[in-house]
Design a protein around this ligand. Structure first.
Ligand SMILES: [Zn+2]
Length: 231
């Protein structure tokens, strides 16, 4: 095999390694909990907290109602017991009973309002749990896919690394150094010649240059400096 073909093949292997390493980096960066998952969990936990607060409010309202009902009942007992006969005291007690009744009614209204809010928040939680399950489901699937991709890339990379060592073994040190320097400087050190054109820079080669490239020596492109390879 000619030296330029060997170098070209080495470059093909190395570029493949580079792109697979990039893919690996990308896949690795996506491993772990996603933003969508964290957000869905956050929404559920906020919903649970809100419902907890509402239930506490509901409990407080029920206690207040119980308290006022007790006060109302004992005021009514006194009123109807017949033990109080003073008209002024009776009127004031009557007034007190009315006050308790009003207070009880407004507390019951408030409790009803809270109960409706509890129902709404409970329904909302069902939706939020369902959303989280869906997000978790697709997240797990994505993670599995990523893990598979990473495994495949590892296998390919170790195979390519062996191929690279084999390709390098057939290249003398001086040529390999020249190749390496050009790779560092230009990204690609070997340029294919197709239809008389250097694919590295797009310049047309003269007939004499083409003849030289077909030989077995390293010929660089006059324009871009890359090692020319003709298939
Ligand atoms: Zn060129």
């Amino acid at each position: 095999m000619g030296i330029t073909r060997q170098l070209y093949q080495l470059q093909v292997i190395e570029l493949d390694i580079e792109s697979k390493e990039k893919a690996m980096e990308h896949s690795l960066s996506k491993l772990g909990e996603s933003r969508a998952l964290l957000e869905a969990r956050g929404r559920l936990s906020a919903g649970e907290q809100y419902l907890g607060e509402l239930k506490k409010k509901q409990q407080d309202a029920e206690w207040e109602i119980e308290d006022i009902a007790g006060k109302l009942s004992s005021a009514q007992d006194s009123l109807y017991s017949g033990s109080i006969t003073n008209p002024k005291e009776l009127a004031s007690l009557q007034h007190e009973v009315e006050g308790f009744k009003n207070k009880r009614d407004s507390l019951e209204e408030k409790a009803l309002d809270i109960m409706e809010q509890v129902e709404e928040a409970t329904d909302e939680l069902v939706g939020l749990r369902q959303q989280l399950e869906e997000v978790e489901g697709s997240w797990r699937q994505e993670q599995q896919q990523l893990a598979d991709e990473i495994e495949e890339l590892k296998t390919s990379l170790s195979k390519l690394e062996k191929e690279k060592q084999q390709a390098l073994a057939g290249i003398d040190t001086e040529t390999a150094d020249c190749y390496r320097r050009l790779r560092q400087k230009k990204g690609q050190s070997v340029a294919r010649v197709e239809q008389g054109i250097c694919r590295g820079c797009g310049i047309s080669l003269s007939t004499a240059e083409l003849q030289r490239v077909k030989g077995d020596r390293l010929i660089m492109c006059n324009s871009c400096g890359r090692i020319l390879f003709i298939d």
